[in-house]
Design a protein around this ligand. Structure first.
Ligand SMILES: NCc1[nH]cc(CCC(=O)O)c1CC(=O)O
Length: 316
């Protein structure tokens, strides 16, 4: 290793959002880097950056619109060299990064499944007709409507803690959260049931943390190589290629998951109408290195199958 390592006097600046989950992910990144290079924690500074998505919490995300609601300010600070790396939930990341930035470092992926959260019900089949379910995710709403069109969905924004509080207040009887977030926060006491991926296919990149950097920062590139998890990178390459070809945005219910089995990559994908009136899915297997191509091909197949009109509700 020839790089100039950071020191407490000249720390590596780690940018992150300020939510408890974002902070936990930034701390995990710092721990992994400190461990990999035998550095004290003081060689890293965690910088909390407030994004547009954090500032507006009283409206559904799809009404605010625009890509990168949770990333724009962080990326601007990185381009201005106020921070050196940014830690992101890959699920929330646009498929393309701004000029000058690159995302090619992933930490080992957490549980990819969604969790069913309810203080009273044990699962989707355990809910009376008309029960209110809280979610702000178009994907989860659409997938829920496929299985239980009789339930009522209410908009549920805010961070994990806020959503759990809303359940306690009876705003809804149940909600969905990613298992990954609950695990990373050590929230073992939350009443949850993991939903298998054949029942609810997760969002592309769910459970994965990505670390973004400036393209020309070779020192940081070398450091990040030491903590990069190759299997996670291979899976996300396939999933994000699928998403990119579908042109997925926040207005599009899309699910996708790649899994590795020896040298084989198994990819599943799904597109839905927001009201759950139609869902189209597909699965493919290929050698791991062909994952991105499989993602493209599967997206094109789904687009062809969906046909004219399927995406008409998609705005812009
Ligand atoms: N959209 C918010 C978001 N972004 C990442 C996670 C969870 C952690 C992850 O999937 O990596 C969550 C919350 C949730 O879906 O429960």
């Amino acid at each position: 290793m020839t790089v100039n390592l950071p020191t407490p006097a000249q720390p590596l600046m780690i940018g992150t959002r300020g939510s408890p989950l974002a902070l936990a992910q930034a701390h995990e990144t710092r721990e992994r880097l400190a461990h990999a290079f035998d550095l004290p924690f003081e060689a890293f500074t965690i910088v909390v950056i407030k994004t547009t998505g954090d500032k507006i919490i009283d409206r559904p995300l799809k009404e605010i619109g625009g890509k990168g609601l949770f990333t724009r300010e962080i990326e601007a600070d990185m381009l201005a060299s106020k921070i050196d790396i940014a830690v992101h939930s890959m699920k929330d990341m646009p498929t393309l990064q701004p000029e000058g930035l690159v995302l090619d470092c992933y930490l080992p992926r957490e549980d990819v499944r969604d969790a069913f959260i309810s203080p009273t019900a044990s699962g989707l089949d355990d809910l009376a007709e008309g029960t209110r379910i809280g979610t702000s995710s178009l994907r989860r709403r659409a997938q829920l409507m496929v299985k239980r069109p009789d339930l009522e969905v209410v908009e549920f924004r805010g961070n994990l803690q806020t959503r759990l509080m809303k359940l306690d207040q009876g705003v809804a009887a149940a909600t969905f959260l990613a298992m990954a977030g609950l695990n990373r926060l050590g929230m073992d006491e939350v009443p949850k049931t993991a939903i298998e991926t054949d029942v609810m296919l997760p969002a592309v990149a769910q459970g994965a943390i990505g670390i973004e950097r400036r393209v020309d920062d070779t020192r940081v590139a070398e450091m990040l190589e030491a903590i990069h998890d190759t299997p996670t990178g291979q899976r996300l390459a396939a999933e994000r290629s699928f998403l990119l070809t579908l042109d997925g945005s926040c207005e599009t219910p899309i699910a996708g998951l790649a899994e590795l089995d020896g040298g084989t990559l198994n990819l599943r994908g799904e597109v839905l109408r927001p009201d759950g009136s139609e869902a189209i899915d597909d699965a493919m297997s290929c050698p791991i290195e062909d994952g991105p191509e499989a993602g493209r091909v599967m997206a094109q197949k789904l687009l062809a199958q969906a046909g004219e009109g399927f995406f008409d509700w998609r705005q812009g």
